[in-house]
Design a protein around this ligand. Structure first.
Ligand code: SF4
Length: 356
C-alpha cells in the first residue's frame, strides 16, 4: 500500500469517527502536553476530570511551575504513578527556567525535558507545532503490525526503532497532527486488541492480518521473562589456606565453573537459619561462628543473585570429602575457572590479589 493511500484512508476514517476531546481542538503545547502526561497509563474517562481540574488550578505553565509540589501531588491524588506528577512539575519548571515559558517545538528538544519520552515528544511536536514526526505507542504497534504483517517482537528493545521508522515513512508530512491522532484513534477504537472491527474496516481488503486470519497473532509480543531472585549461601571452608571447591555440573547457570560449598535457600536466612542445611559438613567447622561474612548482589540477564559468603576455618583436614570436592591452594584457586563474583569475593578478603 502506498504511503499516500494509507494516510488518506486513515485520515478519512478519523474525520468520520473521532471522539470530541478537549485537548483535540487546541494547538497550545501546554494543554497538549498536560493531556498526554495525564493519559499515560490512564483511560480517557478517568483522565478527563483530572485534565479539567489541572487546567483550572494551573491555567498555564508559569502557574504550574510556581506551585508547590505538594499542591500538584494533591491534585494528582487517585491517578497513581506519582512519578508522573513529580515529572510534570519538574518539566514545567524546566520550560519556565530554560525556555522562558515556551515549550520547544522540536522533537529532540522536547525529549530532553523531564518526563517527556519519544511518544509524548512526538505528540506535542506534531499536534502543537505540526512537526512531521510519528507517534509510536501500543496502538501504533498493533495497527501497523496487523495491516502490514510485521512480525517483529514488540517487547524487544529494537521494536520501537523499527515501528518508529515505519510510521514515519507512512506519515502525511502535510498533516502530521491529523495522521498521528488518526493512527492512535484507529487503534483505540477500531483495530482493538481483542475484537478488531474487521467486518467493516477501511483497510479490510489490504490488511494482511485479516487476509491470513492473524488478528490474534499480531502484533507479536514475546513474553517478558520474569526476573528470578535467588539466595546463594556459600560456605568457604579453609584448611591451612586451602579452599574447598568443586565444579558445578547441574544444568543451571555457571555449569562447568568452580565454586565453594553452596546452600541455596528460598529466601535470605542468617547463619542460624542455615545450620539445618549443614549436616554434611564437619561439625567442627559449623559449631562456632563464621570467621567472616560478606554479602554480594550479582545481576544476570534474568536473575538476581543475593550471595552471602561465610568463611569457616577447619583446624584439621577433612579427609573423606564428598564426591567432586577438592582442596585447592591459592595458586590453584587463582587458575580455576570460576564465576567472576567469586573472584571479587576472594579479592575482597585478600585471598587473591586484586587484578589491576
Ligand atoms: S482489517 Fe481488522 S485487523 Fe486489519 S486493520 Fe482492520 S480491524 Fe485491524
Amino acid at each position: 500500500m502506498q504511503q499516500t493511500d494509507f494516510a488518506r484512508t486513515l485520515i478519512d476514517w478519523y474525520q468520520r469517527h473521532r471522539r470530541e476531546l478537549p485537548w483535540r481542538d487546541t494547538v497550545d503545547p501546554y494543554k497538549i502536553w498536560l493531556s498526554e502526561i495525564i493519559l499515560q497509563q490512564t483511560r480517557v474517562a478517568q483522565g478527563l476530570p483530572y485534565y479539567l481540574r489541572f487546567l483550572e488550578a494551573f491555567p498555564d505553565v508559569h502557574r504550574l511551575a510556581a506551585a508547590p509540589i505538594g499542591a500538584v501531588l494533591r491534585l494528582w491524588q487517585g491517578l497513581g504513578y506519582y512519578s508522573r506528577a513529580r515529572n510534570l512539575h519538574a518539566c514545567a519548571r524546566a520550560v519556565v527556567e530554560k525556555h522562558g515559558g515556551q515549550f520547544p517545538c522540536h522533537f529532540e528538544a522536547l525529549k530532553s525535558l523531564p518526563g517527556i519520552g519519544p511518544y509524548t515528544a512526538a505528540a506535542v511536536a506534531s499536534f502543537a507545532f505540526k512537526q512531521p514526526v510519528a507517534v509510536v505507542d501500543g496502538n501504533v504497534f498493533r495497527v501497523l503490525a496487523r495491516i502490514f504483517g510485521f512480525e517483529q517482537d514488540t517487547a524487544a528493545p529494537a521494536a520501537r526503532a523499527f515501528f518508529f521508522e515505519k510510521a514515519n515513512a507512512l506519515l502525511d508530512p502535510q498533516h502530521p497532527e491529523l495522521f498521528n491522532q488518526a493512527l492512535m484513534e484507529f487503534g483505540a477504537l477500531h483495530c482493538t486488541p481483542r475484537n478488531p472491527g474487521c467486518a467493516d474496516c477501511v483497510f479490510q481488503t489490504r490488511c494482511l492480518a485479516h487476509r491470513y486470519n492473524l488478528q490474534q497473532t499480531l502484533p507479536v509480543k514475546g513474553k517478558k521473562q520474569k526476573v528470578r531472585h535467588r539466595h546463594f549461601n556459600y560456605l568457604v571452608l579453609n584448611w591451612k589456606k586451602k579452599l574447598l571447591m568443586h565444579t558445578r555440573d547441574a544444568p543451571d547457570i555457571w555449569r562447568g565453573l568452580n565454586e565453594f560449598w553452596l546452600v541455596e535457600t528460598r529466601r535470605a536466612v542468617g547463619w542460624d537459619g542455615l545450620r539445618p542445611h549443614l549436616l554434611k559438613l564437619p561439625a567442627a567447622a559449623t559449631n562456632g561462628n563464621p570467621v567472616s561474612c560478606h554479602d554480594f548482589r550479582h545481576l544476570l540477564s534474568h536473575q538476581v543473585l543475593h550471595i552471602r559468603f561465610y568463611q569457616l576455618e577447619l583446624k584439621k583436614e577433612w579427609k573423606k570429602l564428598p564426591p567432586g570436592f577438592r582442596w585447592h591452594t591459592a595458586r590453584s584457586v587463582d587458575q580455576l575457572a570460576k564465576p567472576i563474583i567469586l573472584t571479587r569475593y576472594l579479592e575482597t578478603i585478600g585471598y587473591l590479589k586484586a587484578s589491576a
